[in-house]
Design a protein around this ligand. Structure first.
Ligand code: KIV
Ligand code: ZN
Length: 385
């Protein structure tokens, strides 16, 4: 039996913090319902104390969904926790996500405190949250740059105080995958009560390593990954849901699985793109418009012979459109023949050679050749041959 990895979706919290991505409550409910359909295990619905609008959204999302755990973020501050508990009162499965900075940089320059005092505040916050809900997740902010012995002490103390999940964020996206993986392994091996909680990883993408770091975390014992759809989030973003889910789906040797309905990934990506007004880059893994497009002659020829030559995922598995053969001046005869046949023009080898020369002239001029251009080419060719 493979182990389950829980998918904690923070699109509506870390994702929604991005300038320009703000949503109203109706839009957030629409996304939360789609997250439920997608099969995410935990929806981080917001940061209730941050504004009346965020508070209200957490209330309404709690009412709107049934299966996922609904989670509200807090600082390690009693008032934050009281407000989050109030916002979550309609949730069928509520979780409070509280925490505090764990790195010396945060302790000294943000919190202006000491390691011992911060650890004590973390423990107090967990105990306070436990008065309201059974399920309490603790985040050790900037764990990626924290002293490892201190981090282990903090993790042990918050688990002893009742934390059910311990979140180890690489808040600044600084870690290398093998270093981050070693940190998770160290916690697994050195925190006495670690098996009383799930280890979660929450990675940012400042060096483009969020996905690799999250997977390294799972390889070393983490069983929850915090993600956003399309990887949106603070600065360079968060770990992409679609990437980690499909990595675990493609690599059965990892012996882990998620409960994500993969065929809903692409529609979900489009919904988030539209409502958050945050375009997905064309070459984005899994959900970019070029993710299943083939444009060079060599690749097109190989793909048309057997799609496994150049595709590791069938687009239907993630609910995307069928693979595309894009025609440009880099395309070969095989691709031109394929696209011409699809619109009803069948050529023998000699004619194909001739029409291909004219195609190249047109492609140099027009860059990308669509079906209407092919029709024009075919009609002009019919007149002269
Ligand atoms: O990046 C981070 O550390 C966070 C925490 C609040 C979990 O978003
Ligand atoms: Zn974050």
């Amino acid at each position: 039996m493979s182990d389950k990895v829980y998918i904690f979706d923070t699109t509506l919290r870390d994702g929604e913090q991005v300038p320009g991505c703000q949503l109203n409550t109706e839009e957030k409910i629409q996304i939360a319902k789609a997250q439920e359909e997608l099969g995410v295990d935990i929806i981080e619905a917001g940061f209730p104390i941050s504004s009346p609008g965020d508070f209200n959204s957490v209330v309404e999302i709690s009412k709107a969904v049934t299966n996922p755990i609904v989670c509200g973020l807090t600082r390690a501050v009693e008032k934050d926790i009281d407000v989050a508990a109030e916002a979550l009162k309609y949730a069928k499965r509520p979780r409070i996500h509280t925490g505090i900075g764990a790195s010396d940089i945060h302790i000294q320059h943000k919190l202006r405190s000491t390691r011992d005092e911060i650890l004590e505040r973390g423990v107090r916050a967990v105990k306070h949250a436990k008065k309201y809900v059974e399920d309490v997740e603790f985040y050790a902010e900037d764990a990626g740059r924290a002293d490892l012995e201190y981090l282990a002490r903090m993790v042990e103390a918050v688990i002893a105080a009742g934390a059910t999940v311990v979140n180890i964020p690489d808040t600044t996206g600084f870690n290398l995958p093998w270093v981050f993986g070693e940190k998770i392994k160290f916690l697994k091996e050195n925190v006495k009560n670690i098996d009383n909680a799930i280890i979660s990883v929450h990675c940012h993408n400042d060096l483009g390593l969020a996905t690799a770091n999250s997977i390294a975390g799972v390889e070393n014992g983490a069983r929850q990954i915090e993600v956003t759809m399309n990887g949106i989030g603070e600065r360079a973003g968060n770990t992409s849901l679609e990437e980690v889910v499909m990595i675990m789906n493609c690599h059965k040797a990892m012996n882990v699985h998620t409960d994500i309905a993969t065929e809903r990934i692409y529609p979900m990506s489009k919904l988030v793109e539209r409502l958050m007004r945050m375009p997905v880059q064309p070459n984005k893994a899994i959900v970019g418009s070029n993710a299943f497009s083939h444009s060079s002659g060599i690749h097109q020829d190989g793909f048309l012979k057997n799609k496994e030559n150049y595709e590791i995922i069938d687009p239907s598995v993630v609910g995307a459109d069928t693979s595309k053969i894009i025609l440009t001046a880099r395309s070969g005869r095989h691709a031109l023949k394929h696209r011409m046949e699809r619109i009803g023009y069948i050529y023998g080898q000699e004619d194909l050679n001739d029409v291909y020369q004219q195609f190249l002239n047109m492609a140099d001029e027009r860059k990308q050749i669509e079906d209407a251009d092919l029709k024009e080419l075919a009609e002009a060719f019919d007149k002269v041959r």
